[in-house]
Ligand binder design. Structure first.
Ligand code: NDP
Ligand code: 2IT
Length: 451
């Protein structure tokens, strides 16, 4: 049995079984790096893989707070500090009722390789809580964030672990978390990224993940000799930070994004989406997407109850390029078949692991340009690192400077992933390219730092 197969079997028989998203993320990476493990004995000698798949530590804590009716509420908080070989632990916080240790381990593991691909000095981590910010007042969110930070503050620091946002955590939550950290520690540290601009946030951090995914796609289409995005129909899922900024950048470059989704349904506006309205509805008013119809009655709204069996309405809409930007496993094998049948040429993962393994296999076998999450959505964490640099040097960079650095970073990641794939005999396979390139950086650092 190969080193990779032995490790997968060990994981399957351990506490990480096949139905688990953490196992899904690990299995993909281990299969990609199998040739590297066989060809270079140092990885086995230093047990790099066995060490890499286990987080350095998982911090789990109780978060108690009062709602607006003075009821005591109890949630669970986590921080998975996965690997700090390349730099301090870095990664977002997710507040969503589905959050559990398995989901945060998958996200933390992906973050290690993603952060390595940026070429910046950051390790991998993820955290969050099963707290649901939806329907909560600003005061309730503030009280929850304060209680969460009370438990977390002793484990983080600007050279230790620097959390940021993810699903359910944006500028509002980061602001409340930062305020509480400052109050408890008396330190004005850049201990979180994604802060509002007025107290140390980087310009363009909100836009960075979505814009970065489009910059990556432009470069990938260039390398693969495909037509550029301008004038092309694009489908996007999600209606949060990543999706809306991907849509905004698509509109800026002359593409025609026609869909977005939230947890309740999909909007299809074949003339191209109204981004200002969407930002107001989803980022300001935190309303349902259905409200889009009040301003644009010609658009279509499909609630999730009417989605096709085993699939999602958004991937039935014919498009040139697709951008899943909502959540994990939101693009299934059935969805992939529909996209391909309708002529889709390119798929870019804005969300973390949005495509199932079966969907990815189809994309790769059908030679669809496929940009995997850990490469394509690295723009968010890259600009987070730019925010850390600005905080450390007490500077504020212009929007243009950050945008230029983001574009260079995304194009560089794309090129290095494409070249790595070519070097390892899997030209055009950006999944293997990203996994091998990211793994090598982390693994070589782990070996150099000793066990
Ligand atoms: P937001 O909370 O801003 O938006 C999430 C969007 O996805 C919302 O429209 C939400 O719907 C929808 N959504 C969330 N969970 C589900 C679900 N289970 N089923 C259907 N729809 C769902 O999060 P982000 O935009 O920040 O994150 C989106 C994805 O991008 C995640 O996978 C995240 O890990 C990834 N990512 C985020 C980065 C960042 O910088 N923020 C960086 C890199 C990756 P509703 O409005 O109804 O809640
Ligand atoms: O998945 C991700 O890369 C993020 N949620 C952003 C992490 C960060 O530290 O900016």
């Amino acid at each position: 049995m190969s080193i990779a197969e032995t490790e997968i079997e060990k994981l399957e028989n351990g506490d990480c079984n096949e139905n688990n998203v953490f196992f899904q993320a690990l299995e993909e990476v281990i299969r990609s790096i199998a040739p590297l493990l066989e060809s270079d004995p140092k990885y086995k000698k230093y047990a790099v893989l066995e060490r890499l798949v286990v987080p350095d530590r998982v911090i789990k804590f109780k978060v108690t707070w009062f709602d607006d009716n003075q009821n005591v509420k109890v949630n669970t908080g986590y921080r998975v500090q996965f690997n700090n070989s390349l730099g301090p632990y870095k990664g977002g916080l997710r507040f969503h009722p589905s959050v559990n240790e398995g989901i945060l381990k998958f996200l933390g593991f992906e973050q290690i390789l993603k952060n390595a691909l940026t070429g910046l000095p950051i390790g991998g981590a993820k955290g969050g809580s099963d707290f649901d910010p939806k329907g909560k007042s600003d005061f309730e969110v503030m009280k929850f964030c304060a209680a969460f930070m009370t438990a977390l503050h002793q484990y983080i620091g600007p050279r230790i672990d620097i959390p940021a946002g993810d699903i359910g955590v944006g500028g509002r939550e980061i602001g409340f978390l930062f305020g509480e950290y400052k109050k408890i520690t008396l330190k004005y540290d850049g201990v979180l990224t994604g802060k509002p601009f007025m107290f140390g946030g980087s310009l363009m951090r909100p836009e960075a993940t979505g814009y970065g995914a489009i910059y990556f796609t432009e470069k990938m289409l260039e390398i693969e000799n495909k037509e550029p995005l301008d004038g092309k129909i694009c489908t996007v899922s999600g209606a949060g930070n990543v999706a809306l900024h991907a849509i905004e950048k698509l509109l800026q470059i002359g593409a025609i994004p026609v869909t977005c989704t939230d947890s309740q349904g999909m909007i299809y506006d074949e003339r191209g989406l109204d981004i200002l309205l969407l930002k107001d509805l989803k980022l300001e008013k935190r309303a349902s997407l259905e409200a889009y119809l009040k301003t644009h009655p010609d658009a279509k709204y499909i609630p999730i109850s009417e989605y096709p069996e085993g699939g999602h309405a958004v991937w039935n809409i014919p498009c040139y390029a697709a951008f899943p930007c909502a959540t994990q496993n939101e693009l299934t094998e059935i969805d992939a078949k529909n996209l391909i049948a309708n002529g889709c040429v390119s798929v870019t993962e804005g969300a973390n692991m949005p495509s199932t393994p079966e969907a990815i296999e189809l994309f790769l076998s059908q030679k669809i340009c496929f940009a995997p999450a850990k490469a394509a959505n690295a723009g968010g964490v890259a600009v987070s690192e730019f925010e850390m640099s600005q905080n450390a040097s007490m500077q504020k960079w212009s929007f243009e400077k950050v945008d230029k650095k983001l574009k260079i970073t995304m194009r560089r990641i794309c090129t290095s992933v494409a070249l790595t794939a070519k070097d390892y005999g899997v030209e055009g396979n950006y999944v293997d390219g990203a996994n091998i390139a990211g793994f090598k950086k982390v693994a070589d650092a782990m070996i150099a730092e000793g066990i």
